[in-house]
Design a protein around this ligand. Structure first.
Ligand SMILES: C[S@@+](CC[C@H](N)C(=O)[O-])C[C@H]1O[C@@H](n2cnc3c(N)ncnc32)[C@H](O)[C@@H]1O
Length: 261
């Protein structure tokens, strides 16, 4: 009975959590920046995209698939750094364990709908939950494409099907971003990039270095899990202070936003 009630109340609890405002933590504020114009208070409450209920239904179906094997690249990263929070733990994850939560998904959809990017690059598709929010926003904008990379072929196949149920505005690539970005994008500039793959400064900095020359003026870069470890927190702090960006803020101490001049 208690389990039945918990399952019944889960969508209501999730919706209430999705409506709670996110905290806005400025690191470098430039009053003339896009970020300053759009994040004016100490909290931010993103609107839900029209497909949010469908996205969360698809997410629940994906979670019901249970634990799935991680991409083998993680074994190497976890072996190299025993201090990582998940190092030495099981090499499987369920969708719920790796996905962006609905509140942050709503931020992604709002960013895509408001900024109307031509190209969004996502590093780390996983099961396509963040990808569904990106394309929901692109549908609202009526333009744009998300190009999302993930070398985990099983997860890629699930994600591709999930995202296609929301919109055709995505290209999911079953390879690492490092390996496939040139071939996939050619010379197309990137207006928004979301780095959500292996959360260590080594990987994040190398991926950012690869993306930076491809970014359009004024582009946004988002980094997920900026407090995942001391290493990630230091990485975020250094990038947020980096003068190559005109402004930087953190949402809920979880996702860092960097704005290019
Ligand atoms: C935290 S999950 C991504 C979650 C997803 N963005 C979401 O919010 O639903 C990280 C994913 O990054 C992928 N990954 C790891 N290294 C990668 C790389 N170099 N390029 C692309 N994807 C990578 C992993 O296979 C994993 O699926």
């Amino acid at each position: 009975m208690a389990g039945f009630l918990r399952r019944l109340l889960r969508p209501i609890r999730r919706e209430l959590a999705a409506r709670a405002p996110l905290s806005v933590g400025w690191v470098r504020r430039d009053d003339a920046s896009w970020l300053a114009a759009h994040f004016q208070g100490t909290t931010f409450r993103p609107p839900a995209p029209p497909q949010s209920a469908l996205i969360e239904r698809i997410a629940a179906e994906t979670e019901a698939l249970g634990q799935q094997a991680l991409w083998e690249g993680y074994a190497e990263a976890y072996l190299r750094d025993a201090a990582l929070p998940w190092a030495g733990k099981a090499m499987t994850r369920s969708s719920e364990q790796v996905r962006s939560q609905p509140r942050m998904g709503r931020v992604f959809a709002w960013l895509a709908a408001t900024r109307r990017p031509r190209v969004i690059v996502e590093v780390g598709t996983a099961f396509g939950i963040s990808g569904m929010y990106w394309v929901a926003g692109l549908e609202q904008a009526g333009a744009g494409e998300v190009v999302t990379f993930d070398p985990n072929e099983t997860w890629h196949a699930i994600a591709k099907g999930n995202i296609a149920r929301i919109s055709p505005r995505a290209t999911a690539v079953p390879r690492t971003m490092e390996d496939a970005i040139s071939e996939t994008l050619g010379g197309r500039p990137v207006d928004l990039c979301f780095i959500d793959a292996i959360h260590t400064s080594e990987f994040v900095r190398a991926q950012l270095d690869l993306i930076l020359p491809r970014l359009a003026p004024g582009a946004l870069v988002l980094l997920d899990d900026i407090t995942f470890s001391d290493d990630m927190a230091a990485c975020w702090r250094a990038l947020a202070e980096d003068k190559r960006f005109r402004a930087s803020l953190a949402l809920d101490d979880r996702v860092g936003l960097l704005e290019l001049p």
